[in-house]
Design a protein around this ligand. Sequence first.
Ligand code: NOJ
Length: 761
Amino acid sequence: MNIKYLKIALFLLITPVIQMTAQTQGINDLDPVIEHKIDSILELMTVKEKVGQMVQYNGSFDVTGAPSDIDSKTKLEKLKNGEVGSMLNVLTSKATREAQQVVMEHSRLKIPLLFGYDVIHGYKTMFPVPLGESASWDLEAMKLSASIAAKETAAAGVHWTFAPMIDVSRDARWGRIMEGAGEDPYLNSVIGVARIKGFQGGDLADIATIAACAKHFAGYGFAEAGRDYNTVNVGESELQNAILMPFKAASEAGVATFMNSFNEIDGVPSTASNYLQRDLLKGDWDYKGFMVSDWGSIAELISHGYAKDKMQAGELAVVAGSDMDMEGRVYEEALEPLVAENKIEEALLDDAVRRILRVKFHLGLFEDPYKYSDAQREKEVLLAKEHLEAARDIARKSIVLLKNESEVLPLKKDVKSIAVIGPLADDTDSPLGNWRAQADKNSAVSVLEGIKNVVGNNAQINYAKGADLGMGERSFLMPLTINETDTSGFTEAVAAAENSEVVVMVLGEDAFQTGEGRSQTGIQLRGVQQELLDAVLEVNDNIVLVLMNGRPLDLSKPNEQVPAILETWFLGSEAGNAIADVLFGDYNPSGKLPVSFPRNVGQEPLYYNQKNTGRPSSTMVTYSGYQDGSREALFPFGYGLSYTTFEYGKLQLSASEFSGDSSIELSVKITNTGNVAGKETVQLYIHDLVASRTRPVKELRDFRQVTLEPGATQTVSFTISPKTLAFYTANRVWEAEAGEFDVMIGGNSVDLQKATFQYKN
Ligand code: NOJ
């Protein structure tokens, strides 16, 4: 027997042993047995086969990008030849099994395919869009939703999600703001880690878990003017402290993969950034998973004006540390000749392939390439009852009460009549949001249905749509047409309002108004929605405005018009039931905004953790403000009301100074001073008053959630250590600098009490 084949046979024989040893290890903890096996596989591989592992093909042509130019026949041949290492958008246990079979039965080395997919907020059972879910500030809940999404995805044969998106985003115009955890680096870090742990569980080889992907590395959320894919210009301090903090946390948490980003930073496209990928991630952070490009981003180096052709694009990307080419069709053409011509070292390919194989080993694919593709499990797991129950619970935790004057809410269950009005009121599709994976069209519970489920026949419900919002066909890639003119439904809506005790008006955005490529120059209620609200107000001002949207909206006008506003984002499969739970007080709203809501679009990008500037405040003209309006948010970061009230006692510090590695304790008593039980999110912010790089006026560094019965009091304590104070300093390391700090505590980023302490190192 040929020595090569003997090695393959030996390798297959001992794979189960290898797999067992991998089970308790994170991607960054190298397992010598796995590494050894990877060595021997690499030894067997031709350059073509190595390149093959670095190639990812799309499995369908309608999901995320332009149609591919390679026909299915060629694709099939490439799979058979071991020239493809991964596929995206191949779904269902059946399809994944079939594609895997092609590779396992025909390719020389039988290296299993890795299947990836955008599972952003659920696979079949939809959870709130990530920005909405982040408003829960409930890390366990978010971990749970990711773990359920993983279970459903894995049951459909898919091994890998392109999530979480941990791009800090400060601009409501940017359509993808719905996909992350908002404007704060710390919140993005802890939520990102919770989601990674949810997806990956404790063991990637478990058939209920999948590999996660920290994206987009880096700076994608800082696109100028909120225009998707646009140029990013940030300095080193902002890059490290605001943008990279969540990615560092993701790397430390052992996320299996990273995805780079479409944008350039300071003239260098991230996909070709040596600094980001090679020096920082794989160097300083010692990350051991792999980097997938974003869709076609290697080929896009040409459009950026950074590479003259595919050969140069491939060279730049592989040298910089992009390990896998997602549908760029560059590596398959460029890498082999580049090696042959000695333009790149084969060792670069070895490093990339090693990282990719490492993830495949951790997933258990060498042990059983078909283990995830199980039709029976798929049938049992998708949309399981307990998944929908969790979706409802997480959805109601994500709702933010923005306004509640005269205690309009909660609605009385013995209310005689309710008008339910608005283009989104009986919409069973928009609550699914964008990036809805395999959710069935129109499968969400609408607000109207949710209300009916609570009141049954006890109240008269007067429903009127009032107007359409989005018109025509709606899908991921279709531009959305907004109804700007048709007001023919207004009369019916006004009549419904006239004949009802209270009006629930459901306005906001179509599901496909946010998401990839969905940037907008305006963030007001679009179409004829404001006019509809104006018309209804003429006859009934007892209005609860229920909002559905994936970005912060300009609510200045509606805020002056209506007594109650409920921010519900796009809450997923159980949206209507969750909203009804809050409307009728079966759940006391506890969400807090993960992003500032501006007074108008001109304030964008708006974020609470701003710098003081040299001219912070004055009544004179020459200060950092606007002459035609406020510089403050309408609803600030961290803000959200409850049906009860919480009183904060006096903030106590255990000492007014500390040094070195020691720490001090901060404590505060929280009392529920209202009549119903409720949950409060106690937020801790710091301000480093003088630093080697200027620091924000406040930055979130910790939070706790407490649930209190009426009249109950609880002491909440925080430890302040050098870690709480650390930032990326002028020394180019994360460290705490000595000096004076303010520490602030409260229920949102504005209403805070403050104390001061000294840190000495
Ligand atoms: C492009 C998006 O930017 C990325 O987030 C996504 O994962 C890929 N397309 C694949 O769909």
